[in-house]
Design a protein around this ligand. Structure first.
Ligand code: TUI
Length: 314
């Protein structure tokens, strides 16, 4: 069983696993390793300056001869420049997050770049299909970072019913059981973020990897609801301060306090006052492994689960 789907065919990859486009986390090193392992590696643009991202794309091209992509974080102020540069450099695919990418779709499609848009709702998925998206990534609120309101379990089958393009499930998937469950819901691929934070090739600070590994079932919280941009993080001092400001509806103070804190965690290893963006699935991550081992393990487990379920049903 190869779990060959419309997603693996669309992207020209061996396994339908897409790596999450995590800002300050998903660098060329990780993307190259995931692509070399047969998934789709993604460089997370986040708020990266355009020329830094260009260098990252060039580095990924040196690290792998397989398809890889870039995640466009649509809230970044210089997103127009980022898209122009991505069009110049050329990548196999982009994933988009944190907004509506309609404005950029014609140019990306014309350049032959596959576009997979993260959607938190059925309405946005239908709109994305109507303007030519190649696939939608339904991200449930189990995910880390900026999230929507619905769970993966409920969002995924509704997307599958609503659109004809392939659906990728995201949020809460960190092992082969999650992959099999996503397939049971009708998804044709998965996006995995948190588990890849603990890939050997992921260049985040080791102290953050340790926090992910240590995290248990109730250790993530959603902060910043009052800002309109809720963010799931591993609970720490910063999260507690933001939760307090949330209760007082002090959105401006949250924006000010949160500024620069993702880099503080991921690059400098400040696990106390840095933003530890990670999904609920952190509780399922228990060790640091090479990306290829993560991919192989997840796909092997998924095949075993699906086989066992087939036997049960048969
Ligand atoms: O984008 C993400 N996750 C992220 S982005 C990020 S950087 C950031 N930091 C602080 C505040 C905000 C962002 C950290 N994590 N995931 C994909 C995702 N996209 N989740 C939710 C959405 C989304 C939300 C609304 C996609 C589209 C959307 O559309 C609204 C509209 O305009 O229709």
């Amino acid at each position: 069983m190869a779990l060959d789907t419309r997603i693996s065919k669309l992207l020209g990859i061996a396994y339908p696993i897409i790596q999450g486009g995590m800002a300050w986390t998903a660098t060329a090193e990780l993307a190259g390793a995931v692509s070399n392992a047969g998934g789709l590696g993604i460089i997370g643009a986040g708020h990266m300056p355009t020329e830094v991202l260009r260098d990252q794309i060039r580095m990924a091209k040196r690290l792998t001869d397989k398809p890889f992509g870039v995640n466009l974080m649509l809230l970044t102020p210089h997103i127009d420049d980022i898209v122009d540069m991505v069009l110049e450099e050329g990548v196999h695919a982009v994933t988009t997050g944190a907004g509506n990418p309609s404005k950029y779709m014609p140019a990306l499609m014309e350049r032959g770049i596959k576009v997979l848009t993260v959607v938190p709702s059925v309405a946005l998925a239908k709109r994305m299909e109507s303007i030519g998206a190649d696939a939608v990534i339904g991200e449930g609120m189990e995910a880390g970072g900026h999230i929507g309101e619905l769970t993966t379990m409920v969002l995924t089958p509704q997307l599958v019913d609503a659109v004809s393009i392939p659906v990728v499930a995201a949020g809460g998937i960190a092992d082969g059981r999650g992959v099999a469950a996503a397939f049971a819901l009708g998804a044709e691929g998965v996006q995995v973020g948190t588990r890849f934070m603990c890939a050997e090739e992921c260049t985040i600070h080791p102290a953050v990897k340790e926090q992910v590994i240590k995290a248990k079932d109730r250790d993530t919280v959603v902060t910043g609801r009052s800002t309109g941009h809720p963010v799931r993080v591993i609970k720490n001092r910063l999260a507690r301060q933001i939760m307090e400001l949330d209760r007082e509806n002090k959105a401006d103070e949250i924006e000010a306090l949160g500024s620069g804190k993702l880099a503080l965690a991921m690059r400098e290893g400040d696990t106390d006052m840095g933003s530890l963006m990670a999904g609920q699935a952190a509780a399922l991550v228990c060790r640091i492994q090479p990306a290829a081992e993560i991919v192989d393990e997840m796909m092997g487990e998924a095949e075993a689960v699906l086989h066992r379920l087939g036997t049960l049903a048969g």
